[in-house]
Design a protein around this ligand. Sequence first.
Ligand code: NAD
Length: 432
Amino acid sequence: MELIDRLNSRQAVIGILGLGYVGLPLMLRFSEVGYRVLGLDIDAEKVDKLNAGASYIEHIRAESIAGALTQGFSATTDFSRASECDALILCVPTPLNKYREPDLSYVIATTEAIVPHLRAGQVVSLESTTWPGTTDEELRPRVESTGLTVGEEIFLVFSPEREDPGNPTYNTRTIPKVLGGVTPACTAVGEALYAQVIDQVVSLSSTRAAEMTKLLENIHRAVNIGLVNELKIVCDRMGIDIHEVIHAAATKPFGFTPYYPGPGLGGHCIPIDPFYLTWKAREYGLSTRFIELAGEVNTNMPKWVVSKVADALNERGKAVKGARILVLGIAYKKNVDDRRESPSMELMELLEDRGAEISYSDPHVPRFLPMRKHDFDLESVLLTPESLAATDCVLLATDHDRFDYDLIKAHAPLIVDTRGRYREPAEHIVRA
Ligand SMILES: NC(=O)c1ccc[n+]([C@@H]2O[C@H](COP(=O)([O-])OP(=O)(O)OC[C@H]3O[C@@H](n4cnc5c(N)ncnc54)[C@H](O)[C@@H]3O)[C@@H](O)[C@H]2O)c1
């Protein structure tokens, strides 16, 4: 087949739709092996930045973008250029709406934007995390509205992204990629697309199985994190250190995988994706109780942490109202700059609502500007003996490696540690 030949010989033009945390690394990888990549995004500012050789994501270096530009990469907001591409890979957001139901509007909008420009000999791959059936029920009819036959003239696959920003061990090439095609021919084309850039492609029997695989991976994390968060509260009441217990259990060489408690769930995936399945399962008259329960436990963590802060201040004869509380880390996980769904923001809001004076320090987020859900306008505080001593409480929310933990321990009058970073007990360190 001509399309497979073009993919194998790297003559194919790869279109990436949505140049975010998922789309950009994928663009770099296709570019690196010699494909010409066209990036399509609705955000003109992002497109201009990338075309100027700049990066807007901390862990992606500007030199990498510049290198891709010399390989023929360019970005555009002009979706009619989709017709130039042999492959169209959709990496657009799949959030929840205010009723915590799937918001597929980005996927639908992107699909509808490219439909007028589709032609025979193209492959469309959806990478956005979504409910089982999306590719078949939402994308396929729209692609077929062109009159092209899926599996013969045009090819459609679902292949979920497994990006782990900041992971030093695995990268886009070495993380195996799951794939399911609408027809066997679609799967074969999808394999040709990804086999050039990913070491191992894992093909499944259907797009639905591939969609469900991604959800299983994220539900597995959400449920297990919910479990350790619940056990953390039990251990706290019993005077047991949950981190000591987890480290001990992890010495078992089989049948146990460690998960670590924290101040709540964060990021663009784990707090959101499981509810895509919850929503779809209702159509089948089923409820997903593990997901709901984990969601409940994880959502309550910030409130529990705030109660621990209040207790710790109270022990020292202080109230939350008027207390100077310095939150360490506002990214949702360590060593990244991503603040999406970060529990730190909820902690800051809850404490501010109770009258605390909030400041923060995060070496990865120098400025904290108002966002859709928050109106903080703060600058990251430099950690010095003086700035630490001037607080009533330091709340360790995200344990970035770049923090100087000895300095913090030496000068903060009170530390509430939600990450188990301080293993040695100390009078002024409280675990939460
Ligand atoms: N971030 C991760 O680590 C990660 C990991 C695995 C899976 N995912 C999934 O991948 C998908 C994308 O996530 P992300 O983190 O890259 O999101 P992101 O917000 O970083 O990037 C999405 C990009 O899509 C663009 N966009 C929005 N609407 C568009 C449209 N109609 N057409 C073209 N571009 C459009 C945005 O401007 C943005 O640049 C989501 O479904 C997410 O659940 C993300």
